[in-house]
Design a protein around this ligand. Structure first.
Ligand code: ADP
Ligand code: K
Ligand code: ZN
Length: 433
């Protein structure tokens, strides 16, 4: 049932004891890094301050800016020679940050990814094709070592060359794939071009998707398209990468591995914890990292804790899927908008295809928002009246959600520009204010 039962079904109370003990150890280690060493001295912080997990609130937050201003070695607790690997964030929001690992860290990470994949249903009988960038990005090596640890046969397929991906699937009987959700649509289109049906011409039965925000409706679309269950995988390079929080067979939120990550949700303005069950910014403290522990790291990702126990029996709390990040919110005509609000509305329309872009422009000194939407093939007809009618309905429902009426531009399937990695949903070309 479980990869590591002694941890996965440990009662919360005992989990808290383990967390407090690991937090103390983490603080002792962190004190050896230039950044925390100085900060601890300045604020009079020591490992002895930690008696229980709530004492975490006596520590300051660590931000992406801290990582950048102490780039590259300011958070290392060991001499450089003690580290064996580095990874960078993909740099979605500016300069990349770097994370170093020693052998303990890499082993612990592989175990967390194995646990996560097992939780979603992967077994050593599976053939796991890892379709994502290998290299500085954490998804490649992260899933590679995790799936190997689990015992699956792993195909390090990397990203791109969709026809070759399909050939690999057929040659080796791939049963499980990890990739970003937006890529699966391209994969499906390639199957169609090759006259193949993934349900009949492959052994696929499990998808692991993550790294970019997507709605539950988007996931269901992918599942229906392929006839394959898709599990949400959440992680970030500052917390190793994949293997932070994962869906189990019940697909009802993501179990966050609390023995490895002390998890808080705060109000990003007041920095106080939100009331239980309310949405806020995720904050993590590593509990099992040696070379580069991070304390109260502000992720900018927005989510909430889900109430109740999971029928799978795992005691680690569940997070709702990420609804956005504080830095992908944009303000248009005085309204705060998250791209996922727009996706949620678009997914209600059967006519809407697989890709969309939110374009922000300045026209005659005013901010304008245009949502460019690819339609399904069957709906992209010459019937102008039907298209206009559809545009109106979409604009209307979007207005109800975001309080601004966007211009709608319906386009042919496949005609919007595709990015190599994570989907880019917002194009902000407004004049600087
Ligand atoms: P970057 O911040 O440059 O994108 P990473 O490559 O480390 O850096 O990506 C981590 C981020 O990707 C997370 O902080 C989160 O915003 C996003 N992310 C990862 N997995 C998911 C997921 N399952 N759902 C939504 N967003 C995700
Ligand atoms: K195997
Ligand atoms: Zn569960």
């Amino acid at each position: 049932m479980y990869w590591k039962p002694e941890i996965e079904i440990l009662p919360q109370q005992q989990l808290h004891i383990l967390q407090a003990q690991r937090l103390q150890e983490t603080l002792s280690r962190a004190a050896n890094s230039p950044f925390y060493g100085q900060q601890f001295k300045q604020h009079g912080i020591s490992a002895e301050m930690i008696k229980n997990v709530d004492d975490i609130r006596r520590l300051p937050f660590t931000t992406k800016e801290d990582l950048r201003s102490h780039f590259p070695y300011g958070f290392l607790t060991v001499p450089k020679q003690g580290a064996v690997r580095l990874h960078c964030s993909s740099g979605t929001t500016g300069n990349p940050t770097v994370i170093f690992h020693d052998n303990h860290d890499l082993s612990s990470w592989a175990d967390l990814v194995a646990r996560s994949l097992y939780c979603a249903g992967l077994r050593d009988t599976d053939v796991f094709q890892n379709i994502c960038g290998y290299g500085l990005f954490t998804g490649g090596l992260g899933f590679q070592y995790g799936a190997e640890r689990l015992g699956a046969l792993v195909i390090p397929a990397a990203a791109g060359n969709t026809r070759r991906q399909i050939k690999l699937m057929q040659d080796f009987g791939t049963t499980a794939i990890h990739t970003i959700p937006s890529y699966l649509y391209r994969l499906y289109a390639a199957f169609q071009d090759m006259g193949l049906d993934p349900q009949h011409d492959t052994n696929l039965k499990l998808f692991v998707i993550g790294a970019e925000p997507h709605t539950d409706a988007q996931r269901r679309r992918i599942e229906n398209l392929f006839g394959v269950k898709a599990f949400n995988s959440y992680g970030l390079s500052e917390m190793n990468g994949p293997g932070v929080a994962f869906e189990c067979e019940y697909q009802n939120g993501l179990h966050v591995w609390e023995d490895a990550f002390l998890t808080e949700i705060i109000d990003p303005d007041t920095l106080e914890p939100v009331p239980d069950g309310e949405e806020g910014e995720l904050v993590f403290t590593t509990l099992d990292r040696h070379a580069m522990p991070l304390l109260r790291y502000r992720t900018r990702d927005l989510t909430r804790f889900l109430p109740g126990d999971c029928p799978c029996g795992r005691t680690h709390r569940r997070l709702a899927r990420i609804s956005g990040r504080t830095d992908d919110m944009f303000i248009i005509k005085g309204c705060n908008v998250f791209p996922m609000q727009i996706e949620k509305v678009l997914m209600r329309f059967a006519e809407v295809g697989t890709d969309y872009i939110i374009a922000l422009d300045t026209v005659d000194g005013n901010d304008e928002i245009t949502v460019k939407i690819e339609l399904q093939k069957s709906w992209f007809t010459g019937d102008l009246e039907a298209l206009e009618n559809l545009s109106r309905r979409i604009a209307h429902e979007l207005r109800d959600e975001i309080l601004v009426t966007p211009a709608i531009k319906l386009v042919e399937p496949g005609s919007l520009p595709k990015s190599e990695g994570k989907a880019i949903r917002v194009q902000d070309s407004r004049d600087p204010k």
